[in-house]
Design a binder for this molecule. Sequence first.
Ligand SMILES: [Zn+2]
Length: 140
Amino acid sequence: MSSVDSNCNCPNCHSDECHQYFDLRSDEFLRSCPDCGYCYHHYRLVDEKTGNWLLKDNSLPATVDNIVYHIKEIKKPFGVCRMMEKGSWCESERTFSTKKQYDKFLESIRNVDPNAYVFITVSRVVRGKKILIELVNNKN
Ligand SMILES: [Zn+2]
């Protein structure tokens, strides 16, 4: 087994539904919360010329301290959208960093066929309370 999936406590809203994924081989780590949209992702960058890990200092060995990581964290998200298309077996999740991104998303789904989706929801945590907005619900 080269990867580990588990649930954890969200560092933003403290939900126990926050999930994390760690790939032991590539050192990729992903943590995302379906309740508030908190997101953290890091992975090693690859040198496109050599195919090896990109190093800060090429004269030193490829240790954790010398490898260049891509790190992205959304600490205080506006919210998160979860959706699943009919016929699909997995759902997708998208964090909105700002209200502007959320408004753009609402605009973009205005003309989608609601019958093409199993569900589309937006979750937010406002002053410690979880808010769930069901935009499409065809679960039955
Ligand atoms: Zn959270």
